[in-house]
Design a protein around this ligand. Structure first.
Ligand SMILES: [Zn+2]
Ligand SMILES: [Zn+2]
Length: 158
């Protein structure tokens, strides 16, 4: 079974709780300046998954959202806990597009292995990525579907 199935996560104060019920499409780390801001750290982690494969166990109605525009110009809706501020996911139109779970909000992060590091052009200067272990991109990758296939191949099934 894919290790993501049944994994739970939530915000820092536990008001928001969710469970993954399907296989994610990809995990990558993004070093763009927006991801540094949203994570208040060195990079963001995006676990792409169908909206229907995230089941909220509690607090979904409490999520607060803030809209911004992605690099492609599309509206990106950012959902976070209004009490503790933990960013939970980003969603873009159209509705059937996968959402991006902020993977550090998962309870068990030991199985997470990003396939790629993107936007390394704006990475913090101390960040050094092993190019033999990860696909590395100065900006956006050209072919996301190839990366998605690679991630699924690389993720060990339990
Ligand atoms: Zn919270
Ligand atoms: Zn980013």
């Amino acid at each position: 079974m894919h290790p993501a199935i049944g994994k739970t996560g939530g915000c820092q104060c536990n008001a928001i709780r969710y469970e993954l019920t399907g296989i994610p499409k990809m995990l990558y780390a993004c070093h763009c300046s927006d991801c540094q801001k949203q994570s208040a750290s060195a990079f963001g982690m995006s676990l792409l998954i169908s909206r229907g494969d995230v089941n909220f166990l509690q607090g979904q109605e409490r999520l607060k959202t803030w809209d911004t525009r992605g690099e492609d110009g599309a509206i990106k809706r950012c959902a976070f806990c209004p009490d503790c501020g933990t960013r939970i996911f980003h969603a873009s139109e159209p509705e059937d597009k996968p959402i991006s779970i902020k993977a550090g909000s998962l309870d068990d992060t030991r199985w997470l292995q990003p396939v790629a590091h993107i936007w390394l052009r704006s990475a913090q200067p101390w960040v050094e990525i092993d190019h033999r272990q990860f696909r590395c991109f100065a900006q956006e990758p050209d072919d996301e579907s190839a990366l998605a296939r690679l991630w699924l191949e690389q993720t060990p099934q339990a």
